[in-house]
Design a binder for this molecule. Structure first.
Ligand code: ZN
Length: 146
């Protein structure tokens, strides 16, 4: 007894190849807080809140799923700057702990706050360029939209 199965994918795809999106351009625009598609409209409506859509090209930003990645990246970046400096200063000069805390804590906080929005913008730009999470206007038929 044989069973027949229906194919779930069709190869080659029926649709034309999609336009390639430049990752670095999209990330650069997101880094500057601009729409990854047109580079003109604002990406954020508040410090870390993305706008619903671009005011210039109407690109929908609700598909992004940056989640905690920007915070993790900021921790990595700031940590790789502050920790070597702190280790070097401690090794060579050994200033008092109070003085070190008075210097490193504001620097760490300030750098983190300055980097959070640009890094989140770059992550949204990356997701847009790779057509992730609904940024694909023409997804394959067999993949359900999220
Ligand atoms: Zn736009």
């Amino acid at each position: 007894m044989t069973t027949t199965t229906t194919p779930t994918t069709v190869w080659p795809p029926k649709t034309e190849p999609q336009e390639k999106r430049d990752v670095w351009t999209a990330m650069g625009r997101g880094l500057r807080g601009r729409c990854p598609r047109c580079g003109e409209g604002k990406l954020f409506r508040a410090f870390l809140k993305t706008a619903d859509h671009c005011s210039v090209c109407e690109q929908d930003f609700s598909h992004h799923r940056a989640d905690d990645l920007p915070a993790y990246l900021v921790i990595v970046i700031v940590g790789h700057i502050v920790v070597p400096i702190a280790l070097s200063v401690e090794t060579n000069y050994a200033p008092s702990m109070l003085l070190q805390l008075a210097i490193y804590l504001p620097i760490t906080l300030g750098m983190s706050l300055l980097l959070l929005q640009p890094v989140k913008g770059a992550v949204v730009g990356l997701q847009w360029a790779f057509r992730m999470h609904g940024f694909d206007e023409d997804p394959p038929d067999n993949i359900p939209a999220v």
